[in-house]
Design a binder for this molecule. Structure first.
Ligand code: ZN
Length: 256
């Protein structure tokens, strides 16, 4: 009897510890924001306890306030310090980092309606909604599907691949491709992928966090695909939202 009741107590304790761990893991990854809101950029990073402002940790930016996850900022600081030691005068700054759902919706809807031009073209002249979406998706994500929602992704210096092919940009890019992995960073949009967004030499991702967010995003999509293709989410969402998982997952193997 005693043995049996001890065994039950041990079992209950194990279950309690396991379930508490489960809760702790979830909250340590997403903090006080529900997972789905974090994964789809529907929160204010300035008020999130797991985010810090890059300007406060000594990483150069384009003079905007950039809020990113604390671990990603620490790793980027280490990377930046190492780069600066080797190249004291080559420019390095964060051009963009976290973007919320509404920021991404502004970009997407602007490109969809033609108020924001894409390479000098107004895409609202493309009548087929899927063709129009595919043009936008060369470089811009649908709201709710951008890696920039996660606070672990950075655009460095200039959002133009040509910049990284000559001069100072080339020095920086070569250094990053050789060294960024040592600090936990991967490059999601490399050449040679079979689909997804175009090459983005400026976009770098803090893999230890971003891989967890990617898994979380995919789990959420599998459970609730309608959350990405309901009418009214963003322009054309009901006609094109099913393209989202292809673009989220067409990334370099180092970021998977
Ligand atoms: Zn980017």
């Amino acid at each position: 009897m005693n043995h049996a009741s001890s065994a039950v107590k041990v079992l209950v304790a194990v279950i309690l510890i396991a379930s508490c761990r489960g809760v702790a893991d979830e909250s340590s990854l997403y903090g006080s924001v529900p997972a789905v809101r974090h994964l789809t950029g529907r929160f204010d990073p300035a008020k999130h306890e797991l985010f810090v402002c890059l300007n406060d940790v000594g990483i150069p930016t384009n003079n905007r306030r950039h809020y990113v996850r604390r671990e990603a900022a620490a790793a980027l600081k280490d990377l930046y310090t190492a780069f600066r030691k080797e190249h004291p005068t080559i420019p390095f700054w964060v051009q963009s980092s976290f973007r919320g759902f509404d920021d991404q919706k502004y970009i997407w809807d602007g490109k969809w309606t033609g108020t924001i031009e894409v390479a000098g073209h107004r895409l609202n002249t493309i009548r087929d909604p899927r063709k129009r979406a595919l043009e936008i998706l060369k470089y811009s994500a649908m709201p709710g599907t951008s890696r920039h929602h996660w606070g672990a992704d950075f655009d460095i210096n200039v959002l133009n691949n040509n910049y990284f092919e000559t001069g100072e940009g080339r020095v920086l890019y070569r250094w990053l491709t050789a060294n960024a992995g040592r600090y936990g960073f991967c490059q999601p949009y490399t050449a040679g992928r079979s689909g997804g967004y175009s090459v983005e030499k400026w976009h770098w991702s803090y893999a230890p966090l971003a891989k967890k967010f990617l898994a979380g995003w995919n789990a959420h999509y599998r459970k609730s695909p309608g959350d990405f293709s309901r009418e009214g989410l963003f322009c054309g969402s009901d006609l094109t939202g099913d393209l989202a998982p292809v673009y989220v997952n067409s990334i370099d193997a180092a970021c998977e």
